[in-house]
Write a protein that binds this ligand. Structure first.
Ligand SMILES: Cc1cc2nc3c(=O)[nH]c(=O)nc-3n(C[C@H](O)[C@H](O)[C@H](O)COP(=O)(O)OP(=O)(O)OC[C@H]3O[C@@H](n4cnc5c(N)ncnc54)[C@H](O)[C@@H]3O)c2cc1C
Length: 450
């Protein structure tokens, strides 16, 4: 049982705002609650907070920021931003929630930079596919680890407590109100922490194979490439309290992860002439559909899918550390001719030669050829607890639970209903922006006098 009914719990200590999860959403929620005058603590199961955020490229989309303006981009706005997200998600995103996120993202980035000194820049170059303007902000290194380090530095500077090695196992409830949480330590000991308001920032359920099999059957058994500690507790706590969930079939996937090396192979190679072939040497998809869209399709082909490129693409990709690592690990096979490569990959020579000859991609691949064995992976689940535009968790009848908030991977997403609706950077956009809203609203709840 994940809820404990207990009106008279003797808590070890009580903190007005408690945040579960120390990824981007949780740390931003804590900064926001603090800035709105509430005492706040973050509870994190790991010894060092990382989350999927540390595994990401740290890229956050936002419009109307000071960084966008100083790069001369003055014609972006939240309507255009929301339009781009809806276009990718087939119009299936809750418009009120999307409006709150798209209009809140710019001020959130400006606040993180100006008030909490986060080192973010506007990414150079053209916008990512599907974005009408360049609106991607990231640490200069494009590193999620650096984003986490910077957020932790800001949280420490604000004197906010982050309790690590603190896994929340159960919630104490009085009716629908959460009165506190049960924390389990690695040695099995437990602590009871009371709260006035609770923010669920413990992300999605990618690290829970049973929930993946149940909600995302097409990705059951796929490699999970996100944070292993994201086990779906937020959804289970919320459901036990009568909360609704939305978009549970939605996910961010990747159809080209080198196996068994577990390193993503840039989809740009497939957009620039590369092709995917199965164990029979046949193409089985239109690679231009995209990385997330094809994750399940690649999984369906089994563990013997090859990403085929040529010398032009191979040599160009060697400047990227991940690709270089693949070469050093011996993950890249080569052949002077199509037949040589087919032999190296144990593909039927005739079929593979015909596949290359009829690929019809522009530019076409030319000898010598290279191949990397790839599979499909789940990066991040995108469905979760139904929330309103103030990040309050809603019951299925639309009524908000009294003191419970969610954001990031714990909350419903903005990526439609399956693996095809994820527009690049939707994950951190939702984590950071809803984190700020949830922290603010939780603080308001505990600081407003009755
Ligand atoms: C390889 C990869 C690349 C990506 N690149 C990008 C990108 O560039 N841009 C983008 O927008 N998105 C990207 N994403 C998605 C993005 O990383 C996530 O959407 C985002 O990090 C979610 O943030 P979060 O704070 O909700 O969750 P997380 O960062 O996963 O944090 C959740 C935290 O909660 C903790 N936790 C969980 N359960 C408990 C519990 N019971 N008790 C205590 N603590 C708990 C976990 O340990 C974890 O630290 C990427 C994802 C992956 C896997």
């Amino acid at each position: 049982m994940c809820l404990v009914d207990g009106p008279h719990i003797d808590f070890d200590i009580t903190v007005p705002v408690v945040v579960i999860g120390g990824g981007a959403c949780g740390l931003v929620a804590a900064l926001s609650a603090h800035d709105h005058g509430a005492e706040v603590v973050v509870l994190e199961r790991d010894s060092l907070p990382r989350g999927s955020t540390a595994l990401s490229s740290g890229m956050i989309t936002a419009c109307g920021t000071a960084l966008q303006k100083s790069a001369g981009i003055t014609d972006d706005n939240s309507e255009l931003f929301a339009h781009d997200i809806q276009a990718k998600a087939g119009g299936k995103v809750n418009p009120d929630l999307l409006k709150a996120i798209c209009s809140g993202a710019g001020p959130t980035i400006d606040w993180l930079v100006a008030v909490h000194n986060l080192n973010l820049v506007l990414v150079d170059g053209p916008p990512y596919p599907g974005h009408s303007r360049q609106r991607t902000h990231a640490p200069p290194t494009n590193s999620g680890s650096d984003l986490m380090a910077d957020l932790l530095r800001a949280v420490e500077a604000a004197d906010i407590d982050v309790m690590t090695n603190a896994t929340v196992n159960k919630l104490f409830v009085e009716g629908e109100r959460v009165s506190g949480v049960l924390i389990e330590r690695p040695d099995g000991s437990t602590e009871r922490l009371g709260c006035g308001a609770l923010v669920l920032a413990s992300s999605g359920f990618g690290g829970n194979p049973d929930m993946v099999a149940s909600y995302l059957p097409e990705m059951a058994g796929a490699i999970y490439f996100g944070h292993e500690g994201n086990k779906g507790e937020a959804v289970r706590w919320g459901q036990a309290l009568g909360a609704a969930c939305d978009d549970m079939g939605s996910f961010q996937g990747h159809g080209s992860v080198a196996t068994p090396h577990a390193i993503t192979v840039s989809w740009a190679l497939l957009n620039s002439g590369g092709i995917l072939v199965n164990a029979m040497g046949n193409r089985f998809c239109d690679e231009s559909l995209g990385a997330s869209e094809l994750a399940a399709t690649v999984c369906q082909q089994g563990r013997n899918v090859w990403s085929i490129i040529d010398k032009r693409l191979h040599d160009g990709a060697l400047r990227f550390p991940d690709f270089k690592a693949l070469e050093q690990l011996g993950a890249i096979k080569s052949g002077a001719t199509a037949a040589d490569l087919a032999h190296a990959c144990k593909l039927p020579v005739d079929v593979f030669e015909a596949t290359l000859a009829t690929a019809g991609k522009s530019p076409s691949l030319t000898a010598p050829y290279y191949a990397i064995r790839v599979t499909g992976a789940l990066l991040q689940t995108q469905g979760g607890l139904t929330i309103d535009s103030n990040a309050r968790i809603l019951r299925s009848d639309g009524v908000a639970l009294p003191n419970l908030f969610a954001g990031g991977g714990a909350a419903q997403g903005i990526s439609g209903s399956d693996g095809t609706g994820y527009l690049s950077c939707n994950g951190l956009l939702s984590a950071v922006t809803l984190g700020r809203i949830a922290g603010r609203e939780a603080a308001r709840q505990v600081t407003v006098s009755p």
